[in-house]
Design a protein around this ligand. Structure first.
Ligand code: M6R
Length: 366
């Protein structure tokens, strides 16, 4: 059942290229480079009149929501708020009848997310669900939605559900952006074409599995980690840090890279590992100077870079190269090495990665 892998988590990490293809099947036409989401076709009016999107979720699904915010704002020019479901439900939030709430949940059973939906519904908002488990409580409570179709996720640390959620959010933002006319036809087709190439790029990243396994051994000593990224890579940093915390029990913090000098830089010394997503983007030079600042303080840098980046390769202690893709699709590719890093560090420390202490796969109580 683990398909020859020692743990479900590793199997699920390796399943991701196929999962993303499954998630796109029937939705992305690879000949015409177009996207059809049945929920968008069937509820076009409710979705297009949205004055605002509010994403509610917990944990990893909340991190997917942060990426969804950037995608929807950039492709559709509609404001998006991303809320922890647990905070939203108790805050007496402002909800308008023309708000569309996007609820993201792998299990579809998270108590706080369900309660946030019920609250938004009671105030007249339209609810769009992004779930994995068909027929789950959240899937049933929503007005419409899209399943991520990644198959059952057994490992407590979410991996393939995260990339599945990000894929659905990308499809949603593309479909809406085209309908609204906020995304040019040229840009739309270019992004769809690149999205179709993502599973193959994920496979290329997975080939670095043994390299990552090998250098992970160097970090079993660590008690703390910092994860940094900017723009689309900031939620990747948060998600990478959460993965490490959950399964290795090493304390890890994710920050937007530019926030480093507003506090966390005080933590950097020769003992402090810093994982930094420094792939090609308009902010590349700024992230590069963050790496220089960390090295000047003797921090140990694991950098996730675009292939061929010799500048960072010469600076970082370890660099993991990714195939180039569009910045907006980078989270799908760049999250994989951080999943593998967390996995291998946890395994080196002898932890039970599929059943980490104190955690349940679905959090059905608040
Ligand atoms: O089933 P959900 O997506 O609603 O679950 C939300 C969180 O409990 C979940 O993502 C949790 O953070 C995972 N253990 C992360 O790996």
């Amino acid at each position: 059942e683990k398909g020859g892998f020692p743990h479900f988590m590793l199997k699920e990490i390796f399943d991701q290229p196929d999962c993303i293809s499954d998630c796109m099947r029937g939705r992305v036409n690879t000949d015409t480079c177009t996207v059809t989401l049945s929920a968008v076709s069937n509820y076009k009016e409710q979705l297009l009149r949205a004055g605002r999107f509010i994403i509610v979720a917990c944990g990893t699904s909340w991190h997917a929501g942060l990426i969804g915010k950037q995608l929807i704002e950039s492709f559709c020019r509609i404001p998006v708020e991303v809320e922890y479901a647990s905070e939203f439900r108790y805050r007496n939030p402002v909800i308008h009848p023309d708000d569309v709430v996007i609820a993201i949940s792998q299990s579809g059973e998270t108590a706080d997310t369900l309660a946030a939906i019920e609250l938004a519904k009671s105030q007249g908002a339209f609810i769009y669900g992004i779930c994995n488990v068909i027929g789950s409580s959240i899937a049933r409570a929503t007005d419409t939605g899209s399943c991520i179709h990644v198959g059952p996720e057994i490992g407590v640390a979410s991996t393939k559900a995260f990339t599945g959620q990000v894929t659905v959010l990308t499809l949603l933002a593309l479909a809406l952006g085209r309908e609204k006319g906020t995304l040019s036809e040229e840009e739309y087709h270019r992004i769809v074409k690149e999205l179709v190439a993502v599973p193959e790029k994920m496979r290329t990243v997975l080939k670095q599995h043994l390299f990552i396994a090998d250098f992970s051994k160097m970090f079993t000593y660590a008690r703390n980690f910092i994860y940094l990224g900017r723009g689309y890579a900031f939620p990747i940093a948060l998600e990478g840090a959460l993965k490490l915390k959950e399964i290795s029990y090493i304390h890890a913090e994710g920050y937007p890279a530019a926030e480093m000098k507003h506090g966390p830089i005080a933590l950097i010394d020769a003992e402090m590992p810093v994982v930094i997503v420094a792939t090609q983007s308009p902010l590349y030079e700024k992230v590069l100077s963050n790496i220089q600042e960390i090295k000047a303080r003797k921090g140990r840098v694991v950098a996730v870079v675009t292939e061929g980046d010799t500048v960072i390769r010469n600076l970082a202690d370890y660099s993991i190269e990714l195939p180039a893709t569009l910045e907006c699709l980078n989270p799908l590719v760049a999250s994989i090495p951080l999943q593998l890093l967390a996995y291998h560090i946890a395994v080196c420390r002898g932890m039970d990665v599929d059943q980490p202490r104190n955690l349940a796969k679905s959090v059905t109580v608040e």
